[in-house]
Design a binder for this molecule. Structure first.
Ligand SMILES: CC(C)(COP(=O)(O)OP(=O)(O)OC[C@H]1O[C@@H](n2cnc3c(N)ncnc32)[C@H](O)[C@@H]1OP(=O)(O)O)[C@@H](O)C(=O)NCCC(=O)NCCS
Length: 212
């Protein structure tokens, strides 16, 4: 395991992690075709994101052309959530350290037809392994919009603790021309910042009670 704040030593290759029926792997441009219908003009998904979804397929292909960007120690991971077995691509997860090394910012979505089957919870669990074991994260955070109870449920089951967001908050889940857009998107405002420390995650891995 890397020291907190050290380089992201384990990321020489795109990640490929599996938990039961869910795989988390580096996204590929070809994934855009499968994922585009889930997130194009899909307000039931994008209202919860800080991104309005892609205007066209090419925009999504460009987003997926690079799975990793950012300065050393500040990786930007764009990952596909895949079904096991079969390999169907179900959704996307981002884990970003750009501008905040050591603090991973998590974003995720699944196509509506794939909700409620445990993929979200398992994908977040795998992302936490990636963050704490390979990206030297000290903590991982997620910004959650008002009323997004499903997202709060999966985060809290993973051990996250929520706090009221301090006023208007912007997070990095969108993708502008330089790949680092900051955009709140449509839908409700961000109401919660959920966070999980390395210490709490490590304790939970060992079956210990979470830190006070
Ligand atoms: C959030 C999201 C990724 C969850 O993925 P998922 O695969 O459906 O989640 P899971 O099946 O692992 O778990 C769903 C949990 O939410 C709970 N849940 C679902 N809908 C809920 C609701 N309306 N209110 C409260 N809890 C709800 C389920 O009971 C379950 O919790 P449990 O396992 O403790 O019973 C998915 O709903 C999604 O893509 N939403 C749209 C985009 C989004 O909100 N992204 C997150 C932005 S912060």
């Amino acid at each position: 395991m890397s020291d907190p704040g050290g380089p992201a030593e384990g990321l020489a290759d795109p990640p490929d992690l599996v938990d039961g029926a869910t795989r988390l792997r580096g996204v590929r441009p070809g994934d855009a075709e499968a994922l585009f219908p889930f997130v194009h003009r899909a307000p039931e998904i994008t209202r919860w994101l800080c991104w309005d979804g892609p205007a066209d397929l090419e925009e999504l292909e460009r987003r997926y052309a690079s799975w990793r960007r950012g300065e050393p120690g500040e990786p930007v991971l764009v990952l596909a959530i895949e079904e096991v077995p079969g390999g169907a691509v179900l959704g996307e997860l981002t884990l970003r350290f750009d501008g905040h090394p050591g603090v991973g910012d998590l974003g995720y979505w699944l196509g509506a037809e794939h909700h409620g089957k445990g993929h979200g919870g398992r994908a977040i669990g795998l992302a936490l392994r990636l963050a704490f074991e390979s990206c030297a994260a000290r903590s991982v955070t997620a910004s959650v919009k008002e009323g997004n109870d499903a997202s709060l449920a999966v985060l809290e089951r993973a051990g996250f603790v929520r706090d009221r967001a301090p006023g208007a908050v912007s997070i990095v889940d969108g993708d502008g021309p330089d790949g680092v857009a900051v955009h709140e998107g449509a839908g409700p405002p961000i109401a919660w910042i959920a966070s999980l420390t390395r210490r709490s995650w490590t304790r939970a891995q060992h079956g210990e009670a979470s830190a006070p």
